[in-house]
Design a protein around this ligand. Structure first.
Ligand SMILES: C[S@@+](CC[C@H](N)C(=O)[O-])C[C@H]1O[C@@H](n2cnc3c(N)ncnc32)[C@H](O)[C@@H]1O
Length: 295
């Protein structure tokens, strides 16, 4: 399945409309993916504007670079972790930016490519690294973390049956290490039977593993903090989240920023996709966009 991958950008119109305040500005797409949002921004912006796209996944950054080739020097792709956005922007000699977008999580490519180990549907290795150069994998968590740590991880990510699932993992691995996503999924299906709920019984465990493998909450908090000083007066930060834990971090951080007096909320309530968008793209159903502006 290494063919052509696609990813439908979520809340595309809403995001670009709220993020772009100056058509000649410098914009950062901190989660470039295949470039969907960046390309839309470039279509709206004028010739003096620039979009700098960052992605932690080297494979994704290479694909995005190809997609952005037609935009020449108006677009630049950088492979890196947005948690280090300050270093990235300093290397680019950028002291001020007009807008920054974080479209969190992973791309459809990650789900669709079994070898990356994110998918519930396709069998793959227990990997789940956004950047395959990182040391921590889902395999190391599943096969080496103690029961208590696994149970805690999946419980804080909302899994009600964390006890049963963590116990089953520890029992299973005592005979032989667990190797694949399908082994883990099938094990969870056995201990938490699927009774036609909206989501598969292994969904929250898979999410918890991905979040831990990629330090997602830590990256998000650092990314926001490190980007803040680079936004010029009137510049905006937009963040699209896909689950309540992420959204809580953004909501609370934006509230603290607004309370500091230097920022003002652009979206009092999060923007959510229309029914039409959700019908077209199931992935969009849990998306929430929040935007804040430097006053
Ligand atoms: C939801 S996708 C973005 C899709 C993109 N907006 C588009 O329209 O194609 C999220 C992207 O962020 C990247 N990513 C996740 N964590 C990151 C991090 N800490 N630093 C930089 N990129 C990250 C993932 O590799 C993935 O490509």
């Amino acid at each position: 399945m290494d063919g052509n991958y696609t990813h439908l950008p979520v809340l595309l119109e809403e995001t670009t409309q709220l993020l772009i305040t100056d058509k000649s500005g410098i914009y950062i797409d901190a989660t470039l993916g295949l470039g969907g949002h960046a390309i839309k921004m470039l279509a709206i912006l004028d010739d003096k504007a620039k979009v700098i796209g960052v992605d932690w996944d080297p494979e994704m950054a290479a694909l995005a670079a190809k997609n952005l080739e037609p935009y020449g020097t108006r677009a630049k792709v950088i492979q890196g972790n947005f948690a280090n956005i300050d270093e990235i922007l300093k290397r680019e000699d950028l002291a001020g930016v007009t807008g920054i977008l974080f479209d969190l999580g992973i791309s459809s490519l990650h789900f669709d490519k079994p070898s990356r180990g994110f998918s519930l549907k396709h069998e793959g290795p227990l990997d789940m690294r956004i950047n395959p150069g990182n040391p921590l994998t889902a395999y190391s968590i599943i096969n080496h973390w103690p029961y208590e740590q696994i149970e805690h991880l999946i419980r804080v990510c909302g899994e009600r049956h964390s006890n049963k699932i963590a116990r089953a993992i520890v029992d299973k691995r005592s005979a032989k290490p667990m190797e694949t996503t399908a082994e883990l999924r099938d094990l969870i299906e056995r201990v938490v039977p699927f009774r036609g709920e909206k989501i598969h019984p292994a969904t929250k465990t898979f999410l918890a593993l991905r979040v831990a493998v990629n330090y997602e909450f830590d990256n998000l908090t650092r990314g926001i903090q490190k980007a803040m000083p680079f936004l010029t007066k009137g510049a905006r930060m937009g963040i699209i989240t896909f689950h309540s834990l992420e959204d809580r971090i953004v909501k609370e951080t934006f509230k603290i920023m607004a309370d500091m007096g230097e920022w003002k909320m652009v979206t009092r309530k999060p923007i959510i996709p229309s029914e039409a968008e959700v019908t077209l793209n199931k992935r969009a159903r849990s998306a929430k966009l929040r935007v804040i502006e430097k006053a």
